[in-house]
Design a protein around this ligand. Structure first.
Ligand code: MG
Length: 395
């Protein structure tokens, strides 16, 4: 029996993790769950799974949560600090880090320091602090198992190849809903259009990141840290069907890939049961029904976010942290209708240029870079507003 903590249990990865638990009641026990502010879902999950601890990041909702669960023997906590404390409980075996964005960093660090196995869905953690996280994980002998479908595919292609060096990683990308739009048309897309991903059902933030290809940029950075390769060993390939989830090329030229239906429950379950594969009822693919799979080069002109992510990791230090913070601000501003789709990369590029470079940032340096980059990005939102409003009239 593995005892698991799920950070971000009410989000897309969190709820699918609970699906996996539901299907494998003899393997997993939900020990702790946390959410940012989705209190009703969190209450329902607590009533179903009876965890030891339930935590809500938004402290103002704590009295309501306590009230709703007062009849159950559950510890009910509130605040970001409590989430970071919750993951250190000695009984927890695996922490599923499925929070959105920068908020995942601190609790993941605490979980690593407490020696927990991490099932990592929160890629922003490695974007912001890849070097720090990798170092801590080695120091504390703490395995980080990828949940991201591409990285799970790479991981699955590496199993049994421990002796062999990676020549190249082939990181596949669906290309999102706007794969074939011109630059002019991209300027006019709306949040509603961007939120319709062709293959994957995900949370709002990552769906926008997929449409802008920032998600793929983040995944390049994530792959670099998870698998210890150089950026020039990672090739992004657009594969609109999302069947080949990624691949590894070895020095003899052999390429090993993992294929499957676009369903996050498989990589989630694999991270939780590794090295075993558990029986599942997830959808199967039929190669003859699929007929053909296609592969294209990504277009860095129409999707400048991917280029920005490459630039950020090439510069290194605290710049990927600034990239992430600026993207969180721009992504939200786009979803709220404050800026156009193509203003996102402008704001991010501008912020990356203005942040002062720190080559070897400490955790505190990253905290201050994050906060400075957010302030700079917020400022460029208002600065651009006239242009943006004009842009909106064209929509
Ligand atoms: Mg992915």
């Amino acid at each position: 029996m593995k005892r698991i903590a799920i950070l971000g249990s009410t989000g897309s990865i969190g709820t699918q993790t609970l699906d996996v638990v539901r299907a494998n009641p003899d393997r997993f026990e939900v020990y702790a769950i946390s959410a940012h502010h989705s209190i009703d879902k969190l209450i329902a999950q607590a009533r179903e799974f009876h965890p030891e601890v339930v935590c809500i990041a938004d402290e103002s909702l704590l009295p309501q949560l306590r009230d709703a669960l007062h009849d159950l023997p559950i510890k009910v906590w509130g605040g970001a600090q409590s989430i970071a404390e919750m993951v250190t409980f000695p009984s927890i075996d695996i922490v599923v880090a499925a929070m959105v964005g920068y908020a995942g960093l601190q609790p993941t660090i605490e979980a690593i320091k407490a020696g927990k196995t991490i099932a990592l869905a929160n890629k922003e953690t490695l974007v912001v602090a890849g070097e720090l996280i990798t170092r801590l994980a080695i120091e504390h002998h703490c395995p980080i198992l990828p949940v991201d479908s591409e990285h799970s595919a790479i991981f699955q292609s590496l199993v049994g190849e421990e002796q062999n060096e990676i020549e190249k990683i082939i990181l596949t990308a669906s290309g999102g809903p706007f794969l074939h739009l011109s630059k002019e048309d991209l300027e006019k897309v709306t949040p509603v259009q961007a939120l319709c991903h062709p293959n994957w059902e995900m949370g709002a933030k990552i769906t926008i990141d997929s449409a802008s290809m920032m998600n793929k940029g983040f995944e390049v950075i994530e792959a670099k840290w998870l698998f210890g390769v150089n950026i020039d060993q990672i090739e992004v390939v657009v594969h609109p069907q999302s069947i080949v989830h990624s691949a590894v090329q070895y020095r003899d030229g052999a390429v090993k890939a993992q294929l499957g239906a676009p369903d996050m429950r498989l990589p989630i379950q694999y991270a939780l049961t590794y090295p075993e594969r558990a029986i599942s009822s997830f959808p199967r693919i039929s190669l003859t029904e699929l007929g053909q799979l296609t592969f294209l080069k990504p277009d860095l002109e129409r999707f400048p976010n991917l280029r920005l992510a490459y630039k950020a990791i090439e510069r290194g230090g605290n710049i990927p942290c600034a990239l992430n913070a600026a993207n969180e601000v721009a992504n939200l501003a786009f979803r709220e209708g404050k800026i156009g789709f193509m203003q996102m990369p402008e704001i991010i590029a501008n912020t990356m240029d203005k942040v002062s470079f720190i080559a070897n940032p400490t955790y505190d340096d990253l905290v201050s870079t994050d906060s400075l980059a957010r302030t700079l990005s917020e400022a460029s939102l208002t600065h651009n507003s006239k242009f943006i409003i004009q842009n909106y009239f064209h929509v």
